[in-house]
Design a protein around this ligand. Sequence first.
Ligand code: PEP
Length: 251
Amino acid sequence: MRKNIVAGNWKMNKTLQEGVALATELKEILKNEKPNCEVIIGTPFIHLATVAEVIKGSVIKLSAENCADKESGAYTGEVSAAMVKSTGAEYCILGHSERRQYYHETYEILKEKVLLALANDLKPIFCIGELKEEREAGKQNEVVKAQLEGSVFNLSAEDFSKIVLAYEPVWAIGTGLTATSDQAEEIHAYIRSLIADKYGKEVADNTTILYGGSCKASNAKELFSKPDVDGGLIGGASLKAPDFKGIIDAF
Ligand code: PEP
């Protein structure tokens, strides 16, 4: 079902103790609230099991930021989808532009990760979005179409329905530049039309599509007011509980 979601992505920030403190603070400030959206925090692997305990009994849900493209075995340093699931996480961010760019995650690798996440009952938050040069060349639609076709349009309609999409223009991530709400709406509507072409209108209408890229309390309300923007994937502004709460309050 389509939902409003505000999801944090802590990236490679916070020691375990700092992460526990942040999750505790967020739980505290949301204690007497009934947010009009689902609230998710995406943490580094090492935080997951401990943070899962911290947020028990709160509205906050937990996500990993990645998982391995292999099931198990001799892959030193990797963390499998089954391991992520065993911590209590419900979601797994996949295909973030930083993983595509710095760790060379291809469409094929991401296809495997999505399948493994789903096989282990994790809901992927699958990120797509174009580079600055691609936007300048007017290729953003082509880029997101290829990313969807390359990694998730192989899924059955039933499995695709378990995915949350996050449109994140790479030029807006961590740069302070935000897509205007009209730019966001235009491409979100296009993404929804691609889903409708592939899986039909009902699946498209039920897909949650988040916007990510320098989203903060001051611009969230405008972005979330657009009909095809169902919330945000938040990097920098998820690292301070009051900032993150300000975005949740935009709903
Ligand atoms: C992100 O990394 O997913 C992101 C949107 O980062 P920021 O909010 O810092 O631009």
